[in-house]
Write a protein of this length. Structure first.
Lengths: 243, 243
């Protein structure tokens, strides 16, 4: 099934941007009256008929709309520190999207070697992975913020119904870490935030700030995982929790 | 912690090959009497003292040996069809190794586009991922075999105590697929084989041969996952089952 992506949907008409139009008309050689499927990035799949086959701007009328197409029974926000190697971050984003998540915030920790992340490439990868894995909702990508700012934004009062987890490696007597599997199994809601630290781990101060804001310290089992592997493994823990 | 790899261990002496020796002496500038850690690839970590610091062939005497270093409480054999793009296969191997698995067989299905896989690169990646994730056992990599040959080798009589799973996408009324999570939770043993098909899925004949040989058809949840994502997700299902 060929799936296109458009956010330009209005009055029963979907318009594809230049990239998508070129792919639709030049590569796949679609013409007027052909039927195509278009995801809106927010969860709905539109089955459409092409009414204008310009390779610069395809227009298609909506025949049928399918809400919550390829959706999942939880809402997962991943806050993941950028990895030194950008490919690894993009790999995580793609794999997490295939399983199913909803929002990504690149967070910059005190021990982060990489302090910047261009979100545009990740957004493209998420659109592509959503199409590939048959999901009409494309995860949102936020601009990077510091770990402490992220914690502040998600302090107790702001997210009363949300399970907030922070995965770090060090042991802390004051707040022993629990297994992510056990914590997820004991949670009855569906809104989850998981923070994954940089190669150098979270700082003690960041961990303390998170604890105060209601984050639960978790571990992902006995293996030492790279940042991107930890992030994908955490997503799979949530994915299997709701299976 | 610096970790080296050697299979040349005998009479209390570990010898590093030329690559590892160069890294040890030229890059890390170790000299005689320095202490280093060496994994044997079979599960044991040796803490050693360098007694010959040639950059072509380091020799080190064993001070202490730690068996089952970084081990896991299951034995997992992944039989995964090569992906069209080799990088994706190597990503899977690295991530699976970080979580923990024991043996990899590249299997060639009737619908496989890629019919060959050079195992040497994957072996190198597994050595590197084992060191990085602090495991002394490096997963074994077998030469590629056809799916049908793999099934024959692991037919009922040959593996009576092993849980054998086959993940495919199509629905089959004769053998409805169960969730991998549910099947794993009902299994009390520790030997597991999981077969993951190619981009074009297993053929019906392959699935039938697997059923006859005692493989259980499973699904990995509602998401459509790429081959390498399915393989990593299956490893994480096992990893979390034994957590």
């Amino acid at each position: 099934m060929e799936i296109f992506f458009s956010r330009d949907i209005d009055g029963g008409i979907c318009r594809l941007d230049q990239d998508e139009s070129g792919h639709c008309i030049k590569v796949l050689r679609h013409r007027c009256m052909d039927e195509i499927s278009i995801i809106d990035g927010s969860g709905t799949l539109h089955r459409c008929r092409i009414i204008s086959d310009s390779h610069k701007g395809v227009e298609a009328e909506i025949l049928e709309s399918v809400p919550d197409w390829g959706g999942h029974p939880y809402r997962l926000h991943m806050a993941v520190c950028p990895t030194k190697n950008n490919d690894r971050y993009e790999w995580f984003a793609e794999k997490a999207c295939e399983m199913g998540f909803d929002e990504l915030t690149p967070v910059i920790g005190e021990h982060s070697e990489r302090k910047v992340l261009k979100t545009q490439r990740v957004e493209k990868i998420l659109v592509s992975a959503s199409k590939q894995s048959l999901k009409a909702a494309v995860p949102a990508v936020n601009e990077p913020v510091s770990v402490k700012e992220f914690i502040r934004l998600h302090s107790g009062e702001n997210d009363p119904e949300t399970l907030k987890l922070m995965a770090y490696c060090f042991e802390d007597e004051k707040a022993p870490r629990r297994s992510i599997k056990e914590v997820l199994e004991g949670f009855e809601g569906k809104d989850i935030i998981i923070m994954i630290g940089p190669e150098g781990d979270f700082s003690r101060q960041e961990a303390e700030a998170a604890l105060e804001a209601g984050f639960i310290p978790v571990h992902l089992g006995p293996s030492r995982l790279r940042t991107e592997t930890a992030a994908v493994t955490a997503v799979s823990a949530v994915y299997f929790r709701y299976l």
